[in-house]
Write a protein that binds this ligand. Structure first.
Ligand code: GAL
Length: 655
């Protein structure tokens, strides 16, 4: 069969009668749905009491889908253990950092460290693997849903101690690294150590960082054991688990991605208009990077109403279509949604869906049909057997790693609102608005393929990582580091030589002191900034911008250091959006990198095997002009120069 883009969503037939299933399949065919994700929260329907399995309904669903040419991504339902499980195994319920045991009543009520939970999860995964591992409808295994549960309490404490013993070998090593003499925390027995729960005042940040690592590894171990079971019971079926992007920090996305056959994400941009598309671009770039620049899958997005803070965000069909194209242009195998049919009731009863409560004769369902018809015409963008080939060719990368996020969340920092995610998003957004394609990269990965590396708020860096940045710049790379980066080693110990000590050599500066500020700051080039400033000494770097006014009047604020064959820049303050964009564009310009279009007129170059495609998306409400050469994938029309794209429209061109 020729490859096609995947189209469909989470399908929960267990909530509906068999008559509705027949109607579902009819509507799926109308909408050209070819893939549905089944079973994500079906545990209590599949195992209504311990060890008693009721697979009959799922057999029928999978057969029905298969007869109608619809492929299945089959989930293990382990994100929501049934009530009987929680009653029988209270020790497997999660406990918050405040010591509150959460009871059954929602989802994700499990403790990933509890053996009873892990055992029950392995058992249901085994049963599913045995029964459906060779079912002809099966396209992919979807383990769990959005790993992210962190628990505390005795079961976790015991596991954490074992993890620490493995890491440190001896208590004296742990005491040394955590500097437990501070506030008399010196440990004489492993049993004295607890996971960092609610305590009197500030906790130990090194302990916190280790706990984050431990908790992330625990989730990965839970994934791995299910993945191994499913692989042993099927042949050639890829295994994935869906990441909730971008705001979930409980796991190490890179480590998960390396363990998966297919990276998949859920993404729910929360802002209207161009800002929402900047958010989708962020998640799509992150997913492609996590996937090693290979195809990945958008497992969930919302149709026309997106859950968020106070009021749901309404998005038009045009916006839904353009978002879907943003992900596909970045390597997604297709566009899947949460969810196919709106539930009658249940926790998320007003969540949007491909088939809304008001049924078939609605603009929402017509939008579902419209997108399905469009994706069917874009099958050239489906990688098929070319999934091993790279998707993009970006020269700029942003450093993204969990320790940086975890460190910025610690208490006791010079500012409580050092927000890693929002700074990384600010940097990505500035580049996206400037039309520059970017990847994300982990500090331990190969860096030499990039011309420019951006390090926002990279507080903890190991010595090996710092040396890798020196080698990178020494060999001709351009590095831009933000304030407070490199201030500690990877165990949260302040590096020698002042703040930023791990990067001091490559940046050619020394940070004497940090100056968090409440007022706005001004720099000599007219840039405005907020929140943060630093008293810098130049140790080889030159100042390219100074603070103007205030405590640091006339002191360097932005520096540049020629180091070996490359250049290292430092931004010691939190630049406002416009100033940040100006600074980055100028640095990229010096490196010979220019953006394509921008300001919401998005141009994405996509490779699929030997094919090259240009995807132009106009997210603005004004027409835009872009230079394109090639043939329109839908109309066949040829373009050979400046081409107007109407407000809200798109072009997909084979170049
Ligand atoms: C996702 C989740 C779905 C559904 C959706 C609502 O994070 O995987 O099950 O809850 O959010 O937007």
């Amino acid at each position: 069969m020729a490859p096609e883009l995947l189209y469909g969503g989470d399908y929960n037939p267990e909530q509906f009668s068999r008559e509705v299933w027949v109607e579902d399949v009819r509507l799926m065919k109308v909408a050209r749905v070819n893939t549905v994700t089944v079973g994500v929260f079906s545990w209590s329907s599949l195992e209504p009491s311990e060890g008693v399995f009721t697979f009959g309904w799922l057999d029928d669903v999978l057969d029905l889908l298969h007869e109608n040419g619809i492929g299945v991504i089959l989930a293990t339902p382990t994100a929501s253990p049934p009530p009987w499980f929680s009653l029988a195994h209270p020790e497997a319920l999660p406990i918050t950092a405040d010591g509150v045991r959460l009871l059954h009543g929602s989802r994700d009520t499990y403790n990933p460290a509890a053996e009873a939970y892990r055992h029950a999860a392995r058992r249901i995964a085994t049963e599913l693997g045995r029964r459906y591992g060779t079912h002809p409808s099966l396209r992919m295994w979807h383990v769990h849903n959005e790993y992210g549960t962190v628990s505390f309490g005795p079961v976790v404490d015991a596991e954490f101690r074992l993890w620490l013993e493995r890491k440190y070998g001896s208590l004296s090593a742990l005491n040394e690294v955590w500097n437990t003499t501070f506030w008399s925390q010196r440990y004489g027995e492993w049993a004295e150590i607890f996971a960092p729960q609610a305590t009197q005042y500030l906790g130990n940040p090194a302990q916190l960082l280790d706990f984050r690592r431990f908790a992330a590894e625990l989730l990965l171990a839970a994934f791995n054991e299910q993945s191994e079971i499913l692989k042993s019971l099927s042949t050639g079926i890829p295994v994935t688990t869906n990441f909730m992007l971008p705001s979930w920090l409980h796991y190490d996305q890179w480590a998960f991605a390396a363990a998966e056959d297919m990276v998949s994400i859920d993404d729910y941009p929360s802002e209207p208009g161009v800002e929402g598309h900047a958010q989708a671009a962020f998640s799509g770039d992150l997913a492609r990077s996590l996937a090693g620049n290979r195809p990945w899958l958008l497992m969930e997005q919302a149709t026309n109403l997106v859950y968020r803070r106070d009021a749901m965000l309404v998005r038009s069909t045009q916006e839904m279509v353009r978002s879907s194209l943003q992900y596909i242009a970045r390597g997604s195998l297709g566009a899947l949604f949460f969810q196919w049919r709106a539930p009658r009731t249940g926790a998320e009863l007003f969540h949007s869906s491909m088939v809304p409560h008001s049924g078939e004769d609605t603009d929402q369902f017509r939008g579902t049909v419209h997108l399905g018809a469009l994706l069917a015409e874009l099958s050239e963008l489906a990688p098929g057997s070319r999934q091993a080939e790279p998707v993009a060719e970006n020269r700029v990368a942003i450093l993204w790693y969990p320790e940086a996020w975890w460190a910025a969340e610690a208490r006791g920092l010079p500012r409580a609102d050092l927000n890693y995610l929002s700074l990384v998003r600010q940097v990505h957004r500035a580049l996206w608005l400037a039309g520059v394609g970017v990847d994300f990269v982990h500090p331990d990965h190969e860096l030499s393929g990039y011309d420019v590396l951006l390090l926002p708020l990279a507080i903890p860096l190991s010595t090996a990582q710092a040396e890798a940045f020196e080698d990178y710049v020494g060999a001709g790379g351009v590095l831009v580091a933000w304030y407070f980066s490199g201030t500690t080693d990877d165990n949260f110990s302040v590096a020698p030589g002042g703040y930023g000590g791990q990067l001091a050599r490559v940046l050619g500066i020394r940070v004497q002191m940090v100056h968090p500020v409440d007022n706005a700051l001004e720099l000599s080039d007219g840039s405005t900034a907020t929140r943060w400033s630093e008293h810098l000494d130049l140790r080889g770097a030159e100042a390219v911008g100074h603070y103007r006014g205030g405590a640091l009047d006339g002191q360097p604020a932005v520096t540049r250091h020629q180091f070996g064959g490359g250049v290292a820049h430092y931004l010691s303050t939190h630049l406002d959006d416009d100033a940040l964009r100006r600074n980055l564009v100028s640095i990229l310009d010096q490196a010979g990198i220019q953006g394509l279009a921008g300001d919401g007129l998005e141009v994405i170059e996509r490779r699929v095997g030997d094919g090259h495609f240009t995807i132009v998306l106009n997210h603005t409400d004004a027409p835009g002009v872009v230079t394109v050469r090639g043939d329109d994938l839908i109309t066949g029309q040829s373009y050979a120069g400046p081409t107007e794209i109407a407000a809200g429209a798109y072009l997909i061109v084979r170049t």
